[in-house]
Ligand binder design. Structure first.
Ligand code: ARG
Length: 459
C-alpha cells in the first residue's frame, strides 16, 4: 500500500522506523474531533465553490458513516497510515472513491492536527471542570455540616489556633474553585480555530475560516498562520492548570493520610476507599490518597516534558510536536481520575468530631486569645505575648491546659486577670469571635458557603 504522501519517494519506510514515527497508537482518541473538523472543512469547500457541492456532501456523508463505524468499534486503524488524520482520509477514499481525495484541498495535517488537538483539549477542559465542580460541591456540603465542628489549625504542623472543619473544608473549596477558573481561562485561548493556516503560510484558495469556526462551535479564528501551526501553549496551559490542581489534591491527600493515622485519629476512610495489607491483618491503608499524591509527580512530569519538547523549536511545525499529545492526554486522564476518587473518598469518609474537638483543646491553641485578652485590658501586645509565654511554660510544667489553671495561678503571672479570662479563652469563644470576613466564626463560614453555592451555580 503506498503512502498518501508517497509521490516523490522511490523507496519504502524502514518497518521499525515506520512504527517509531507513527502516532496512531495514541492520536486515534481524537477521531471524533478529526472527523468533525473534516466535515466542517468539506462543507466550507463546497460552500465556497472550491470543490463541487455534491462532492462536499458525499465527503461529509462518508465521514459520518466512518464516525458511526468507529463509535461502534468496527474500524481498525493501521500503523502504515501513520496518524489519525491519514487513517481517516484513507478510509474515506476506500469508502467513497476518488471524491475522497478532494478533502485535503487547502489544508495540511499541520493545521488539521492543531485543530483536532484544540477541540480535544477543549473537551478535556470541560470534563475536568465538571469533575472539579462536583468536588467543590462535596467540600461545601461537608463544610455546611461542620460550621460548628471545632478542630485544630496548624502552622509548621504544630497546633496553632482553633478553627472549624467547615472553615477548613472551605479553604480547599477556594483552591479548587481557583483551579476551575484557571481551566476556564485556558479554555478561552484553546477555543480558537487554526484551520486555514495550511502547512504554515495559509492557502491561496478562497476559504472561509469563520464558517468553519462557526460549524465547530469555536469562538474565533487564529490571527497568524505561522503561529497557528507552531504553538502548543494551549496544551501547556492545561498542563500547568492540571499541575496546580494536582498540587492541591496532593496537599489534601497528605492531610487525609495524616488525619487517618492512629496518632491523629480524626478521620476514618470508608472501606470503599482503603486497602489492606497482605501480611499485617490490622492494616487499613489510605492507598487512594497516597496514589493521588504520587500521581502529582506524574502530571508535573507531563508538564515538564512538553515544556522541554517545545523550548528549542524553530517555527513552524516540527515533528517533535507529535510528542505533545501523550503528555496532555496522560495529564487529563490522571487528573480526571484523581478528582473522581477524591470526591468519593471525601463523600464516604467519617470525621471524628470528638477527637477533632479534643485535639483542639490540647497544645495551647487558645494562647493567642489569652494574649488578646490582656491586650483588651490595656496591656501592650508584646508584653501580653511574654506573659502568656510564661503561662504556657508553667502549664507545661504542671501538665495543664491554659483553661485548667485557677485564677490565682494566672494572677501569679498577670495580676490584671479576672474570672472572665476563662470565657475569653474557651475554644468556642476563640472561634466565634473571629468573625471577620474570611474568619472561622460559624456565621462567616455560613456566608462563605452561600457565596460558594452561588459561584458554583453560575458555572
Ligand atoms: N501526527 C502528526 C502530529 O501529531 C500530525 C502532523 C504531521 N505533520 C507533518 N508535517 N508531518 O504532529
Amino acid at each position: 500500500m503506498s503512502k498518501l504522501w508517497g509521490g516523490r519517494f522511490e523507496g519504502n519506510t524502514d518497518e521499525f522506523a515506520e512504527g517509531f514515527q507513527s502516532s496512531i497508537g495514541f492520536d486515534s482518541r481524537m477521531y471524533r474531533e478529526d472527523i468533525m473538523g473534516s466535515i466542517a472543512h468539506a462543507h466550507m469547500l463546497g460552500a465556497q465553490g472550491i470543490i463541487p457541492q455534491e462532492d462536499a456532501d458525499k465527503i461529509a456523508e462518508g465521514l459520518r458513516s466512518i464516525l458511526g463505524d468507529i463509535d461502534a468499534g468496527k474500524v481498525e486503524f493501521s500503523v502504515h497510515d501513520e496518524d489519525i488524520h491519514m487513517n481517516i482520509e484513507r478510509l474515506l477514499t476506500e469508502r467513497i472513491g476518488d471524491t475522497g481525495k478532494k478533502l485535503h484541498t487547502g489544508r495540511s495535517r499541520n493545521d488539521q492536527v492543531a485543530t483536532d488537538f484544540r477541540l480535544y483539549m477543549k473537551r478535556m477542559v470541560d470534563e475536568t471542570t465538571e469533575r472539579l465542580t462536583v468536588l467543590c460541591g462535596t467540600l461545601v456540603d461537608i463544610a455546611e455540616e461542620n460550621t460548628g465542628t471545632i478542630m485544630t489549625a496548624y502552622t509548621h504542623l504544630q497546633k496553632a489556633q482553633p478553627t472549624t472543619l467547615g472553615h477548613y473544608m472551605m479553604a480547599y473549596f477556594e483552591m479548587f474553585y481557583r483551579d476551575i477558573q484557571r481551566f476556564l481561562d485556558c479554555r478561552k485561548r484553546t477555543d480558537v480555530l487554526p484551520l486555514g493556516a495550511g502547512a504554515l503560510c495559509a492557502t491561496t484558495y478562497p476559504i472561509d475560516r469563520e464558517m468553519v469556526a462557526g460549524e465547530l462551535h469555536m469562538s474565533g479564528i487564529t490571527r497568524n498562520s505561522l503561529d497557528s501551526v507552531s504553538d502548543r501553549d494551549f496544551a501547556l496551559e492545561y498542563l500547568a492548570a492540571a499541575s496546580i490542581c494536582m498540587m492541591h489534591l496532593s496537599r489534601l491527600c497528605e492531610e487525609i493520610i495524616l488525619f487517618s493515622t492512629n496518632e491523629y485519629g480524626t478521620l476514618r476512610l470508608s472501606d470503599a476507599y482503603s486497602t489492606g495489607s497482605s501480611i499485617m491483618p490490622q492494616k487499613k491503608n489510605p492507598d487512594m490518597a497516597e496514589l493521588i499524591r504520587g500521581k502529582t509527580g506524574r502530571v508535573y512530569g507531563d508538564l515538564t516534558a512538553l515544556l522541554t519538547v517545545m523550548k528549542g523549536l524553530p517555527l513552524a511545525y516540527n515533528k517533535d510536536m507529535q510528542e505533545d499529545k501523550e503528555s496532555a492526554f496522560d495529564a487529563a486522564d490522571t487528573l480526571k481520575a484523581c478528582l473522581r476518587v477524591m470526591d468519593g473518598m471525601l463523600k464516604t469518609a467519617e470525621w471524628k468530631k470528638d477527637k477533632l474537638r479534643a485535639g483542639a483543646g490540647l497544645g495551647f491553641t487558645n494562647a493567642t486569645d489569652a494574649a488578646d485578652y490582656f491586650v483588651k485590658n490595656g496591656m501592650a501586645f508584646r508584653d501580653a505575648h511574654a506573659v502568656v509565654g510564661r503561662l504556657v511554660l508553667y502549664c507545661e510544667q504542671q501538665g495543664k491546659a491554659l483553661d485548667e489553671l485557677t485564677l490565682e495561678e494566672v494572677r501569679q503571672f498577670a495580676p490584671e486577670a479576672e474570672k472572665d479570662i476563662f470565657d475569653a479563652i474557651s475554644l468556642e469563644t476563640c472561634v466565634h469571635t473571629r468573625n471577620v470576613p474570611g474568619g472561622p466564626a460559624p456565621e462567616m463560614v455560613r456566608e462563605h458557603i452561600r457565596q460558594a453555592k452561588r459561584l458554583l451555580g453560575e458555572l
